[in-house]
Design a protein around this ligand. Structure first.
Ligand SMILES: C[S@@+](CC[C@H](N)C(=O)[O-])C[C@H]1O[C@@H](n2cnc3c(N)ncnc32)[C@H](O)[C@@H]1O
Length: 204
């Protein structure tokens, strides 16, 4: 059941992101799959924290089957209304309750920073376990700025060392840091350092 805070968050997010272009990292990841792997394509994708589905829709256009997961019923309803495809399955669920299955591409654009700390290790283990050999993950992390507290409500930031450790089981194909202003769940504008990663499960 959706509460008012979830609706507000959805609306905030819709205002902030819905008109933004597709993540360039997702295009790069799709290109990587086609040009540098031997996996059967188009494959299956999970769009974690899909929001309104800007990336889900691109994956559908590329003829991937897509499981689009978001805890917010409001954005899933909007996605379903705007993307009528037999290739699409949606799930209103928290990351840890995702219906994991063998997956060619996992997209987590601006999503994992909102995974509660107590669930992150499990969610990360499921991401690693679900990727097929040579499968690709596209994910954003928020990086801790000097002096920044880890205890910000509803947002997880990691040190670069922690992110490096998370990625140790994968081959990193692309890593880019960037800064931007985000609207947090309280409606405040906050400056953040983020990184975008494209990483591939090893062949064996
Ligand atoms: C910043 S938006 C990014 C949406 C989309 N990936 C994009 O790039 O357009 C973050 C999304 O993650 C969802 N989200 C936040 N916490 C979540 C959780 N614990 N489980 C599932 N989804 C969550 C929000 O509802 C929101 O739609």
């Amino acid at each position: 059941m959706q509460n008012n805070n979830e609706k507000d968050w959805g609306e905030l997010y819709c205002t902030a992101i819905s008109h933004q272009q597709l993540s360039p990292a997702l295009l790069r990841a799709i290109q990587l799959l086609y040009e540098e792997t031997t996996v059967s394509l188009p494959g299956h994708a999970i769009d974690l924290g899909c929001g309104l589905g800007r990336d889900t829709k691109r994956l559908l256009a590329e003829e991937f089957t897509v499981l689009a997961v978001d805890a917010n019923e409001y954005v899933i309803d909007k996605l379903q209304a705007s993307a009528d495809s037999k290739l699409l399955r949606t799930q209103v669920a928290s990351f840890e309750n995702t219906d994991w299955s063998p997956t060619t591409l996992i997209n987590a654009a601006l999503a994992l920073p909102y995974c509660p700390r107590e669930h992150f290790a499990f969610v990360w283990s499921q991401i690693l376990a679900s990727l097929i050999p040579q499968g690709v993950l596209v994910a954003d992390f928020f990086l801790l700025l000097p002096g920044q507290s880890r205890d910000e409500p509803m947002v997880q930031s990691f040190s670069k060392e922690e992110v490096t450790n998370f990625l140790a089981a994968l081959d990193v194909a692309f890593y880019q840091e960037w800064q931007s202003t985000f609207v947090n769940a309280a409606g405040n504008h906050v400056q953040r350092l983020a990184c975008t990663v494209i990483a591939q499960r090893k062949r064996y």
